[in-house]
Structure formats: structure tokens, C-alpha cells
Design a protein around this ligand. Structure first.
Ligand code: GAR
Length: 188
């Protein structure tokens, strides 16, 4: 059984979708959900599904405690699902090729520091883009710059608001993210 660890900062609809997907099969399990926000809904969602969930602070991330925990968990894949802090270089080096992120835009557009969640959708609407989408990519030491694994797009219409675009993007994420994770685990 392969082992997945999820990092998330917010609501956790992707985390929940991934946990459920793998609970229904034999390939992998989400061993733990880790969050940098003590009151993040993702922690509740994970525990409700019987998955361990833990909060950590910036010191734990940057001074090695999270690294020690990850070594003990020994994950085959670390999945960032709406995680908003930068991953320290110690971790990108130690888990090279094993950390992936989902970004709610067609990178390299609308990536980098400060570009997350609704900010991305507001920017795409403001620029009157004809399409937006999702990017799943490897995580390296730079925000949103690791090698792209998968992209899917959706039209942006005149009628779209940041909220309706966010809904379309979440649908794409929920449809594709577990399958991409499954494919990567099968290829290992
Ligand atoms: C997702 O849309 C994800 O792509 C985005 O945060 C949202 C989390 O939703 N991630 C980023 O913006 C990372 N830069 P969720 O908490 O419902 O899974």
C-alpha cells in the first residue's frame, strides 16, 4: 500500500476528495493531513474520514520537526492541496520528485507569491482571459515553477465572476487530481 501525506491550509475540499478516492481502492492511503492553520476546516474533514490530521507552526516547518515527522511517515507522495506556505529547501531536496502541488491557473500564468485561491480568479477575470484551468506540478525551491505534470482548462465567459470561475476550477481539480496522483503512484 502506497503512502500519501497531504499538506493543506484551508477548506480542504481537494484533500477530502483525495482521501475518499483512495479509501475506495487498494493502491494507497492518505496517512496524514498536515495544516499550518490550527482552525482549518481540512483538519476536521480529515478526522471525520478517520484520517490523522495535525497542525504545525512555521518553526516546526522551517527548523526540522516537520521533516522528522515526514521521515517517520515515509510517504511515497507528498501532495500540496491548497497549501499556502513555501516548502523549505531541506524538504524539496530530501523529497525530490515526491512533492506535487495543484495550482488554480494555467501556469506559468498567475503563479508566484501572493497568487493563490480567489486572487488568481480575480486576476484572470480582470484580464478578460478566454480560458483558465488547473496545473499539477512538481514542487521545487521556487513558488509554482517545478516541472508541469498535468493541465486542464475551462472557458472563462463574460458572465463569469471570480466565484463562478472558482467553482469551475474546483470541479476540474476534483475530477483530475486523484487520477493524476494515482498515475504517479503507479509509475513509481
Ligand atoms: C484550490 O483551488 C487550489 O488549487 C488552490 O487552493 C484551493 C484549495 O481549495 N491552491 C493554490 O492557490 C496554491 N497556490 P480546497 O481547500 O477546497 O481544496
Amino acid at each position: 500500500m502506497k503512502r500519501i501525506v497531504i499538506f493543506a491550509s484551508g477548506s480542504g475540499s481537494n484533500a477530502e476528495n483525495i482521501i475518499r478516492h483512495f479509501q475506495a481502492g487498494q493502491l494507497a492511503r492518505v496517512e496524514m493531513v498536515l495544516s499550518n492553520k490550527p482552525d482549518a476546516r481540512v483538519l476536521v474533514r480529515a478526522r471525520d474520514l478517520g484520517t490523522s490530521a495535525m497542525y504545525f507552526n512555521r518553526t516546526a516547518l522551517n527548523e526540522g520537526k516537520v521533516a522528522l515527522l515526514l521521515e517517520a511517515l515515509n510517504p511515497d507522495l507528498i501532495v500540496l492541496a491548497g497549501f499556502l506556505w513555501k516548502i523549505p529547501e531541506e524538504l524539496t531536496r530530501k523529497f525530490k520528485g515526491k512533492i506535487i502541488n495543484i495550482h488554480p491557473a494555467l501556469l506559468p500564468e498567475y503563479g508566484g507569491k501572493g497568487m493563490y485561491g480567489m486572487h488568481v480568479h480575480q486576476a484572470a477575470i480582470k484580464d478578460r482571459k478566454e480560458k483558465s484551468g488547473i496545473t499539477i506540478h512538481y514542487v521545487n525551491e521556487h513558488y509554482d515553477e517545478g516541472a508541469i505534470i498535468f493541465q486542464a482548462s475551462t472557458p472563462v465567459t463574460e458572465a463569469d465572476t471570480p466565484e463562478t470561475l472558482a467553482t469551475k476550477i474546483h470541479e476540474l481539480e476534483h475530477r483530475h487530481f486523484p487520477i493524476v496522483i494515482e498515475t504517479l503512484l503507479n509509475e513509481q
